[in-house]
Structure formats: C-alpha cells, structure tokens
Design a protein around this ligand. Structure first.
Ligand code: FES
Length: 131
C-alpha cells in the first residue's frame, strides 16, 4: 500500500490535494499582519500572514508544522480569505471543513489552527493601524 492511498482512505480528495500541493505556502515579505496559533494537544503550529491593500486582504501565506488536516486547512484558509474586506476577514471552522469536503471527527481540532492564526493576524493588522 502506498503512502498516498493511506491518506486517501481517511481524507477527501480536496484534503489530499491541499496537503500535497499546498497553496500559498511560505513566508511573506512585509506582511500587513502576522498570526500564530498552536494546537495544545500536539504542539503543532501554524503561522499565517496577510497583506491588506485598501481595506481588502489581497494575499495570504502560511507556514505549518502539522498533520495532513492541519496543512490542508491552512492552505484552504489562505484561499478563502483572499478578496475579503479586512473587517470581515475571519474564516470560520465550518467554512474550512465544508470547503475541504469534510474531515474525520478526530481531525477537526487540527483544522482550527489556521483560522485561529488568521484571527491573530487580523488582530496584528488592527494593532499596527492603531499603533
Ligand atoms: Fe497536530 Fe493534527 S495532529 S495538528
């Protein structure tokens, strides 16, 4: 049995695709906001960057140390957030899971890390504007 067929049994095709071909992976030069979140159960972590221009999130990148669900959810979160007004920038857990076509119940917690990192990035953006 190949490694990828193990993943395919547990995860949707979309999850597997976003894990093997993550969108927007890597750090960002001169981000407008940066956030970091951790899954306390396993200590896996996501760092998420946003670029904001004229009140709209125009780009997002992420770095992750995590499992298949964590990486796929981070990739999907960066896709979902681009184009949103910054004051409506939060991505809900349910949006990520739906966009991924579902996740095994035991992996739902892993999908929260990226939306939480995004929330921190939005807060960082706001703090920079106020500072
Ligand atoms: Fe750590 Fe999934 S096992 S994020």
């Amino acid at each position: 049995m190949t490694e990828s067929s193990n993943y395919t049994r547990l995860y949707t095709r979309t999850v597997v695709d976003h894990f093997w071909n993550p969108r927007n992976m890597g750090s960002m030069d001169e981000p407008s906001g940066v956030g970091r979140a951790i899954n306390r159960a396993c200590s896996d972590v996501v760092r998420l960057f946003i670029k904001v221009e004229d009140g709209v999130i125009t780009a997002s990148q992420f770095q992750a140390q995590g499992c298949v669900a964590c990486v796929a959810a981070a990739s999907m979160t960066t896709e979902l957030v681009v184009g949103r007004p910054v004051d409506e920038g939060e991505v809900q857990k349910s949006e990520v899971i739906e966009a991924l076509g579902g996740l095994p119940e035991k992996k739902v917690e892993c999908s929260l890390i990226a939306p939480n990192a995004l929330r921190e990035a939005l807060a960082d953006y706001t703090a920079r504007q106020e500072g």
